[in-house]
Write a protein that binds this ligand. Sequence first.
Ligand SMILES: [Zn+2]
Length: 168
Amino acid sequence: MFFCTAIFLTLFSACSSPDTIPANKVVVTDSTKNKIMDTTKIVKTDAEWKKELTPEQYNILREKGTERPFTGAYWNNDQKGIYKCAACGTVLFSSDEKFDAGCGWPSFKMPFDSSTCAYTKDNSVGMVRTEVTCKKCGGHLGHVFDDGPPPTFQRFCINSGALIFVKE
Ligand SMILES: [Zn+2]
């Protein structure tokens, strides 16, 4: 599989320049790829994302928007299941790690798999925060704070609009 992808990339880069990205997705290999999760990256244009996502999903995932607290679909969802990225379907969080932080957004102690999330320092809105994005598609999910419960003491504060819940 890796070999095929490498061949594809070689051919692709040999006959295409960055401004001739085809309409379908471009797959790029990721050096952090591991056996559990497929973390090959998905790159799409804004127009493509806009077509595939609802306006709310697009605002959160692609424009780093934040849904108002206590308004999303999952802040008070206590059913058993998994939470996937609304843009690319990567399994990001599990109900096993969800807890009620009282903040009005779905809160998790940790990701389903540490390889699925990427972290970036975010100095917007006058605060120093750590932004959490989906590693596979680059979609904005929310932020992670150091005030969570044991054992991680982390609180992944995630927008419902960035997630799709799949009941167990
Ligand atoms: Zn994603």
